[in-house]
Design a protein around this ligand. Structure first.
Ligand code: PSU
Ligand code: MN
Length: 302
């Protein structure tokens, strides 16, 4: 088995204690140094405060890890040349012995292989604007259509075409529920402007849906729990609209494509909002990680 599950995570899974998977792309490619390491440690702490075990996921020297120690987290945060790995990159990274941070798609796959059912992130990837020209749709969506995992997120990144992404999730058969909201969250914004069909109001209700997924035994698809950040912590919507328009323009002008698009846009927003988008991003991730801890606890008790 190439997968390395840390002893703490393995013990928790064996004893049916709560575990929350965390992605590493946000650490290596989504946040500036040295803030990224502080955040990585803080997120693990939030999971622990909820009585769950954190399992940050990454590939180190060709070995996929579920659960990192402090030294390993430091490598992901500070080493140069840490690649960005979607799920399709995993065999290539393993065979060539490289180190990389995992996106939502690779994290969800490794978490599920390691026996972890609950996963927290900031915002999912999805269908990019200009999709008709670039065909850029994050591999996150296809993987979530094939993986039985519960993902707590603040919706999909607002740099995307949100209604097209919601449509793709419907087509792919991925369950989506708002957490205590009838509106689909907008990542940096509490409300993307689009409704959700289902609303769940407690960790126990989420665990109930997870149980129903297993009982129905349909396709191995995910459950997306869309958790909005509180309105008082969101990015100013006017500022968001203005800077995002500039960011998309700059991206096109510089001919940025493929895997580089998402990190470029997120970084552009941080730099042109005086860090306000970073605060909103972190607030969203923190809230998602906390909720994921509670859901994992409810699931372990179910
Ligand atoms: N959410 C964040 N920051 C990030 C990402 C999500 O707050 O950096 C990452 C996730 O790992 C997600 C990836 O899976 O961006 C999507 O990239 P792409 O569009 O290239 O699939
Ligand atoms: Mn992409």
């Amino acid at each position: 088995m190439v997968l390395v599950v840390s002893e703490e995570v393995r013990d928790a899974i064996d004893a049916r204690r709560p575990v929350v998977a965390l992605e590493s792309t946000i650490i290596a490619h989504g946040l500036p140094r040295p803030r990224n390491l502080q955040v990585a440690l803080e997120l693990e702490d939030v999971v622990r405060q909820e009585g769950a075990v954190p399992a940050t996921i990454a590939v180190l020297d060709g070995r996929p890890h579920v659960g990192l120690d402090k030294e390993q987290l430091e490598r992901i945060a500070n080493e140069d040349g840490i690649r960005k790995l979607g799920h399709r990159d995993l065999p290539l990274a393993v065979a060539s012995g490289v180190s990389g941070a995992t996106t939502v798609s690779a994290t969800a796959l490794l978490a599920s292989l390691g026996g972890v059912r609950v996963f927290a992130t900031g915002g999912l990837g999805g269908v990019h604007r200009e999709w008709t020209v670039t065909q850029d749709e994050s591999a996150d969506l296809g993987l979530l259509a094939r993986t039985r995992i519960t993902v707590v997120c603040a919706g999909v990144k607002s740099i995307l075409d949100v209604p097209a992404t919601l449509q793709r999730l419907e087509t792919l058969g991925v369950a989506v529920a708002g957490y205590r909201t009838e509106r689909f969250p907008g990542f940096y914004l509490s409300d993307s402007g689009h409704p959700v069909d289902w609303t769940l109001r407690s960790p126990e209700e989420v665990a109930g849906v997870m149980g129903a997924q297993d009982a129905l035994d349909g396709p191995e698809s995910a459950l997306i729990v869309a958790n909005p950040l509180p309105e008082e912590e969101q990015l100013d919507p006017g500022l968001h609209a203005r800077v995002l328009a500039d960011a998309l323009h700059a991206c096109e002008e510089r001919g940025i494509a493929g895997q580089a698009v998402t990190p470029f846009l997120l970084d552009y927003l941080v730099r042109h909002t005086d860090g306000a988008s970073l605060s909103a991003n972190l607030a969203a991730v923190r809230g998602n990680v906390r909720l994921a801890g509670r859901i994992a606890a409810a699931w372990a008790g179910a």
